[in-house]
Each structure stands twice: as C-alpha cells, then as structure tokens.
Design a protein around this ligand. Structure first.
Ligand code: NAD
Length: 378
C-alpha cells in the first residue's frame, strides 16, 4: 500500500504545511495524501481545493491515526506527539532544542522526528528545502511593511507642491535572510537603507541589495555553519556603545539578529532606545520569550519609549502573510520528501544513504533513538 502523508494544522498557526497546489507533487512521489479538515483555513485554502487536488479530507484524529507521515508547520502539541505510534513519522519545523525532553520521549516511542530547521543551510542541494530561509524571507518583508504602517512619515523622498519630504533613514541590524529581505523591501519603498552585521561576509551582501554598511567597529562574529557566534561580554559592550552612538539618526530600525541555540543578542539597550526621535519605529523580529534585540521588546506588543519612539515586538511575522509563507513552505517540504523517499518508502534508516548531510541534519529521531547529538546532549 502507498505511504500515507497527513497534512495537519499546528496550534496558533495560520500557515499550512502543504497547499492544495502542492498535493500533486506528493501524489506524483507515490504518496496517498490525507488532510485535516480545515487545515488550510487560516490561509484561506478550502477543503474542496484539497479534494480537487486529489487529497482525502478527514477529521484531525483520523488523519493522525491513519497517516504514516505527519506533515506540519511547527511542532504539534506535546500530547498529540505523545500519541504517535512506533513507525510513524512527523516532519515540520520542530525546534527540537527548545524541548529536548519531549524529543527524548517521542524518540522512545519509536517514532521518526524530521525537523526542517536542522538542514545544512549552506549546502546548495538543500536550498529548495530550506524552510527557515523561506519563512525568514517572508518575515523580513513584513517587518518593513509593519514599520512603514506604524511610521508617521513617508518612506520615499516625495516632491510635492506642498514641499519636499525627505526619505526615511532605515537601519537593519542583522543581515541574514530576514535582514537582507528587509533591506531590499525598504529600498524598494524608497527609504535610504543602512545594514549592519557581525559576520564580515555580510558586508558585501548588504551592499548587493542596495544598502550602505554601518561602520560600528563590529567584532568579527563569524561562527560555524555560516551563522554568527555569541559575542563575549566585552564585545557586546563595545557593540552596544557603537550602536547607541549611531541609532539616533535613523527613523526606522529593523532588528533580526540571532545566534544558533542561544538567546538573541541584545543590541539596543534602554539608553540607545532613548536616543531615537519621537515617532521613530523599531521592529524587533528577534522578540521572544527569552528577550529580543532591544531591551524593551515584548513579543506581540508595542512599547513606547519615554521619548515617543515605538518598539514593536514582532515575533512570528511569517504567519501574518500566511498564503505566501505556506506556498513557499509547501515547496520546501515537497523538495525534502523527494530527497527522503525511495520507491515510495521513507528512506531514513541507518542503511539509507549513509553520509548524506541532509538526512544527518533533519533526522532528530528514528528507530527508538535520538540521532541529533546536540539534542541528546541538551
Ligand atoms: P540568523 O537568523 O541566525 O541570524 C540573523 C543574522 O543576525 C545573521 O546574519 C547573523 O550574523 C546576525 N547576527 C547575530 N548576532 C549579531 C550581532 N550581535 N550583531 C549583529 N548581527 C548579528 O541567520 P539566518 O538568516 O538564518 O542565516 C544564517 C546563515 O546562513 C547566514 O550566514 C546566511 O547567509 C546563511 N544562509 C546561507 C544560505 C545559502 O548558502 N544559500 C541560505 C540560507 C542561509
């Protein structure tokens, strides 16, 4: 019998792992496709569209029960995962390091855990599967739209009969995937854009999307796998001072800095934020429960500084553009499955393609064992 893939909604998410237009590719790969009723509703994909694409729409419990492979966006609830059977698999952005204890438990059930956030980012073969990139790109775009909507002036230079409006000065802190998309978006809206990152190689990338580079005595912060490393306390102090000195001349600041598996770096302390002009807007994509890139960031909230600047804690922005984000994710997951399937079988055992960097990156658990050393050690 064909392997059954089940598209499931995940709590709090409007995005869906596979869009109706992506069902055909899964069927072509030999899968039978089930979908939870209403799974696409948050992104306005209707059940009938899934049916028309050849998927079978069922209640969530039936999909979870019948599917060999669950396809999700983010991690399902713990109790849902605890209901997995030996031999069942789940694929999604599972963030295994955020709850290693749960990963241990689910591994112990004999279920297979496949997490797209473990993909080797710099491997070109993995790029079509790179869901962190596709979602960060959406978030970087929406960060600028969010800032523009909250800002009380124009972004572009406007010459009108009533006079000239100067263009907004936009600073983007962290020039990874989200930051580069934010730079490009702000640039298209006519702002004058400046970028900043600790990785030396980011300078060229900032320039290539049309921005100036902030000279702030950045310490060389390159880490492993193309990521930044966490800075030392001294380096952080130096960086904080440099940014505080520079930030006052900007109208909009988009913060996107992250380091792997750590709390996001604190780039703008209260003093730096007080230097912002009234009406200036900070959008912090790094805002989360552990803090963000600014001292005032609260996820899901807008905080006003004493001087009248706004600090928007904008966690999970990709989910506020759910159709585009789902369409991209759906292509990512189809590409990953095309790589992992072999003759209609999920080929993720120890004898399947040994040495494959993609499998080594995404496989968190299989055959009763936790396979990611970082998760096992956490
Ligand atoms: P990320 O979300 O981990 O971090 C965002 C950015 O914040 C990074 O550019 C990082 O250097 C920067 N940052 C971290 N600490 C900082 C600090 N203290 N001050 C200023 N900036 C700081 O990164 P990401 O966007 O997921 O990208 C990770 C890496 O993977 C990048 O090097 C990216 O270019 C690379 N990548 C490569 C490919 C590819 O080769 N095609 C695809 C995707 C990502």
């Amino acid at each position: 019998a064909a392997l059954k893939a089940g598209i499931l909604s995940t709590p709090g998410q409007r995005r869906v792992a596979v869009v109706p237009a992506g069902v055909g590719a899964l069927r072509d790969a030999g899968l039978e496709v089930l979908v939870e009723a209403g799974a696409g509703a948050g992104a306005r994909f209707r059940d009938e569209e899934y049916t028309a694409a050849g998927a079978r729409v069922l209640p969530a419990e039936q999909v979870r029960d019948s599917a060999d492979l669950w396809l999700c966006l983010t991690r399902p609830d713990a109790e849902v995962l605890r209901g997995m059977r030996s031999g069942q698999a789940v694929a999604g952005l599972l963030r295994p390091l955020a709850d290693p204890g749960l990963m241990h438990q689910i591994a112990g059930l004999g279920a297979t855990l496949i997490s797209l956030d473990g993909l080797p980012r710099t491997l070109s073969r993995a790029q079509p599967m790179d869901a962190l990139t596709s979602q960060a790109s959406v978030a970087g775009y929406k960060a600028v739209i969010t800032a523009a909507a909250a800002y009380d002036r124009y972004l572009p230079l406007l010459m009108t009969a009533a006079g000239v409006a100067r263009p907004a000065q936009v600073l983007v802190l962290g020039a990874g995937v989200a930051g580069l998309q934010a730079i490009a978006t702000a640039h298209r809206l006519g702002a004058v854009v400046t970028g900043y990152d600790v990785r030396p190689e980011a300078r060229e990338e900032i320039a290539s999307v049309g921005a100036g580079v902030l000279e702030a005595d950045a310490p060389g912060g390159a880490g492993e796998g193309g990521y930044a490393r966490a800075l030392t306390a001294d380096e952080q102090r130096a960086q904080g001072g440099a940014l505080a000195g520079a930030v006052g001349r900007f109208d909009i600041v988009v913060c996107t800095a992250q380091v792997p598996a750590g709390r996001p770096p604190l780039l703008l302390g209260t003093e730096a934020l007080e230097r912002l002009r009234p009406g200036a807007v900070v959008v912090d994509l790094a805002a989360g429960p552990a803090g963000g890139n600014t001292e005032l960031s609260v996820p899901g909230q807008t905080v006003e500084t004493a001087n009248g600047a706004l600090v928007i804690g904008a966690a999970d922005l990709a989910d506020t553009v759910p159709r585009a984000a789902s369409e991209a994710y759906s292509r990512n997951i189809a590409a990953l499955l095309a790589h992992l399937l072999d003759g209609g079988r999920l080929a993720v055992g120890p004898d399947d393609a040994p040495g494959d960097e993609i499998r080594a990156g995404v496989l968190v658990a299989h055959g009763g064992r936790l396979l990611r050393p970082d998760v096992a050690a956490a």
